[in-house]
Each structure stands twice: as C-alpha cells, then as structure tokens.
Ligand binder design. Structure first.
Ligand code: SAH
Ligand code: SF4
Ligand code: F3S
Length: 479
C-alpha cells in the first residue's frame, strides 16, 4: 500500500486537521512514510493568513511536482487547508501538475482523491468548508469536480461530520487538540480566515465529548479545545445546549458548560485548555469556570492585535485598550497564577509611531507571559487590503524587533517569579535541544526542562522544583 507524508503550515486547527487526515488515511490502508523523501503521497496542509505562509506552501508544492522529473515519476502531490479554498480551481494554473486540492473540512473525501491520484488522475478539486446547516443545502461540499466532471459523493447525511476524528494509531504526544467551533464570523478588517474557513458553526457537545474520550483512550492527557474565536462557542444562531445535559456547577453559558462536561466525563484528561480567546468573551462565569474546574488550566491566549484605540477600531476588533485591560484584570483577579499570552500585528495601514508606542505601553500593562508578533500582510479581498500598505517592511521589522525585545524582558520577569516554586509538569519527551534532558509543560503552558527520573513516560505528571528561568523556558529538578 502507498505511503504518505503530510506537511503542515498554519495554526493549531491545521495541526489538528492534519492529525485527523493522517488517521483517515491509515484507516483507508495507507502507511506513514518514514520521511517525506520516500513518500508516495505528499500532502501540503496550507495556511493563507499571511502572504509568507502562502509563498512557502507554493514553493513546497512546486518543488514536489518538479521532483517527478527527478526519479519520483508517480508522486502524488495534494494541497489541503485554507489556501486550497482561497485559490479554488485557480490553483491548478499556479501549480501545474498538482494531483488534487481540497479545502478545510473536506477531510472525509481525501482518501478517495488519493486513490484516484495514485491511479494517475490530476487536477481534482474538492471544495470546503461546507455552507452552514442553516444556509441551505450543501451545494458544493459533497461532490468533487474534476475539470467539470462530478465524482461520487464522499459523504452522506448519516456520516460523521467531515472533521470528526476517526479511530487512530496510538498518540505519540500527551497533548492534542479538538476543534469545537468551525469558521469565524468576526471579520476583523485584515483577516482572511472567515473567507477560507467559512461561517461559525458550533459542534454538538456530545460529539465533542466523544472525540475527547477517543483522545483520552489514546493516552492524551492535555486537550486544547479549538475555535478561531473560541468564546463564541454556542453563541451563534441555531445552537441550543442540549436540555438533558445538566450543569452541577450552575453554569449557564455554553463554553463553561462544555468545560465542566468534558472535565467531569473524561477524568483521564488532566488538563483542559481552550483557544483563541477574545476580551469580550471573558465573562465572570468563564473566569469562575477557569478557577473552579480543576482540570481547566490557568492559561489563556488572548490576542490583542494593537494597543492603539484608533487602530483597534480600524481593525474592527470590537474593543478598545481599556476594555482589553479590563478583561486582563478580571482574569488575574479570578484565576490565581494565570498566564496570559497574545498576538500583535505591527505595521497595520496607517499605524504611526504613536500608535506603536501605545501598543508597547498596553502590552506592558497587560504583563504578557508571551507574545507572538506578526508583520501586517495585506490579504486579497479583506477590507484592509483596500488601504495602502504604507508602513515599510523595514519599519515593520523594526517594530517587530522592539516588541520582541520588550517581551523578552517581560517574559524573563514573569518566569523569574516561578524560581523556587514547585510545579506540576506534564512530561512530553526528550528536549529538542538536549536529548539527555526531558521537557514538559506547566498548567500555564510554560516549557520546563528537567533531568528525567528513571522510567519516566510521556504523559506522566511530575512535581518539579524550578531552579532557573529564561524568557521562554524554565529549568527544574524533579522532586
Ligand atoms: N482567530 C484567532 C487568530 C487567528 S490568525 C484570533 O482572532 O484570535 C492568528 C494571528 O495571525 C492573529 O491573531 C493575528 O495576529 C495574525 N494575523 C491575522 N491576519 C493577519 C494579517 N493579514 N497580517 C498579519 N498578521 C495577521
Ligand atoms: Fe480572523 Fe478576527 Fe476571526 Fe480571529 S477573530 S480568525 S483575527 S476574523
Ligand atoms: Fe492559517 Fe487557516 Fe489557521 S489561514 S491561521 S491555517 S485557519
């Protein structure tokens, strides 16, 4: 049977989709290639969020298709993920020779595409995500078109939703993701995700529960529930929390109810997280759930994007810096030792030195544990793409570096506070830098490097005394 390899770009949702896709391919009889060079089938799971990410995937695809002339004549090359949706059929002009292209949530149909591609077919296109259940019939999601020809429908109404995880090989890692909310309705001015991932759709809690159970059965101990704007879970039109699922904790909002349900029903999952957050979703009830449900980790990724109220307004983020800081205050008061991380965009159109300085100030006041900084990249079809991209690349780079230097100092201070304390660490495996040591994570999602005790296994919960801190890493001794 043919072997496959999947190359993943982009966010955690793509990581999860790749994982689920690998399981589907194994169930269809394909095997994991030892490396990409020897695979019969190479899939590129792509991201469209910045131009760079697209360039990388296109470069990779071009190289793979070219390798058919250098000793790999039968190589199947498939594109999946967000870029597939953005480029649609146009991708075959950009990447001649591509075997197929399939959008996010087209997962269930991919094994059939791989089989046909192995038989020599090229240029197949399987769109996704499907339109919403409430938006009328799924006109495009259940059939592929190969230059005009329809093939048999890969999914039927009775089948599991396209992204539900089928049974799998044992999980090699103690952490895993489960998508609870597809798509995004927020339409921040700069962002292409709503175009490529479709409209918001919350999954049924019972379906999510089954998927978390399946992960736990594979040895997963840390589950992160995913949504682009995860606090919108269950808040969209048409969703109703099932009447027969009670809330002993008295929660009334869907996300706290879901956290409570999963924590109660799947005790093997020692740690529960959810991402990405939004300041308007930080309700008193959610803060209470984070404090009172022991499995829920004291950690939140809360993208701020900018500290300038003017830029935030232009970005259509729905909050100003005061509202953002208020969410941070609620979290810090309500959840002891919480770690808060963020995303920032530098060089949004019209971002002045003053706007940028505001971002530095607000980041300092928020006291982030970590920050991911991105240089603004205009995305075709988004509202801000109509504005002039007037901050030079050199200036974007400078602002990026300034924020990273600020964050390094801040991260060092945040991590210094852990020195001398004993923390619970979920062991992951040998450290990337030094294989004689192991690394794991705290509930705050901080990486801890330690000397492994005898017979340590991935997924063990260890008590580690922290002895030293770097901006991104803690070092400790198992006690
Ligand atoms: N759904 C998440 C973010 C998904 S994209 C959220 O809203 O929190 C991850 C990050 O990429 C965003 O938080 C943002 O900081 C960055 N990003 C999105 N679009 C971008 C663009 N056009 N240019 C640069 N960075 C962008
Ligand atoms: Fe993009 Fe905004 Fe949705 Fe996040 S919330 S995915 S930044 S549109
Ligand atoms: Fe990229 Fe798609 Fe995620 S555009 S950031 S892989 S949702």
């Amino acid at each position: 049977m043919a072997s496959f390899s999947i190359h993943t770009y982009g966010c955690q949702m793509n990581v999860r989709d790749s994982d689920v896709l690998a399981r589907r391919l194994r169930m269809a009889g394909y095997t994991d290639a030892p490396d990409e060079e020897s695979a019969d089938v190479v899939l590129v799971n792509s991201c469209s969020v910045r131009e760079k990410a697209e360039e990388k995937a296109l470069g990779k695809l071009g190289m793979l298709c070219a390798s058919r002339r250098n000793g790999r004549p039968g190589l199947v090359v498939g594109l999946t993920g967000c870029m597939a949706n953005r480029l649609a059929e146009g991708v075959f002009a950009v990447v001649p020779g591509l075997s197929f292209s399939a959008g996010p949530r087209a997962g269930a149909g991919i094994p059939a595409l791989v089989a046909r591609a192995l038989a020599g077919e090229r240029g197949m296109w399987l769109p996704g995500p499907p339109p919403q259940a409430h938006d009328g019939p799924p006109a495009t999601s259940t059939s592929t078109t190969t230059t005009g020809r329809n093939i048999p429908e890969p999914a039927t109404a009775n089948q599991a939703p396209a992204n539900q995880a089928p049974a799998a090989a044992p999980a090699p890692h103690p952490s895993s993701f489960v998508t609870i909310l597809y798509g995004c309705n927020q339409r921040c001015s700069y962002c292409i995700v709503p175009d490529v991932r479709g409209r918001e759709e919350s999954r049924d809690p019972r379906e999510i529960l089954e998927e978390v159970r399946a992960e736990a059965a594979l040895g997963v101990r840390d589950v992160c529930l995913l949504g682009q704007s995860v606090m919108r879970y269950g808040r969209g039109g048409g969703f109703r929390w099932p009447d027969d699922i009670p809330s002993p904790g008295g929660y009334t909002e869907p996300l706290p109810r879901l956290l409570e349900l999963v924590a109660r029903e799947v005790p093997q999952v020692l740690r529960l997280r959810f991402t990405s957050g939004h300041p308007l979703g930080v309700t008193p009830e959610l803060v209470r759930a984070m404090r009172e449900i022991p499995a829920v980790c004291p950690h939140l990724h809360l993208p701020m994007q900018s500290g300038s109220d003017r830029i935030l307004r232009e970005m259509r983020r729905g909050y100003d810096s005061a509202r953002y800081l208020e969410a941070v205050r609620l979290l810090r008061e309500g959840v002891p030792d919480i770690a808060i991380t963020t995303d920032i965009i530098v060089g949004y159109p019209g971002e002045t030195e003053e706007d940028f300085e505001r971002t530095r100030e607000v980041m300092e006041r928020a006291g982030f544990d970590n920050a991911f900084v991105f240089k603004y990249s205009p995305r075709p079809g988004t509202p801000s793409a109509a504005l002039e991209d007037d901050v030079s690349d050199a200036e974007k780079r400078r602002r990026d570096q300034v924020l990273l230097a600020d964050q390094d100092a801040r991260g060092q201070r945040a991590n210094d506070r852990w020195v001398g304390r004993t923390v619970e660490v979920l062991a992951e495996g040998p450290s990337l830098r030094n294989a004689s040591r192991w690394s794991g994570r705290t509930g705050q999602n901080k990486i801890v490097v330690f000397e492994p005790p005898p017979r340590v296994a991935s997924g063990d919960l260890l008590r580690v005394r922290i002895e030293a801190a770097h901006p991104q890493t803690l070092f400790g001794v198992v006690v």
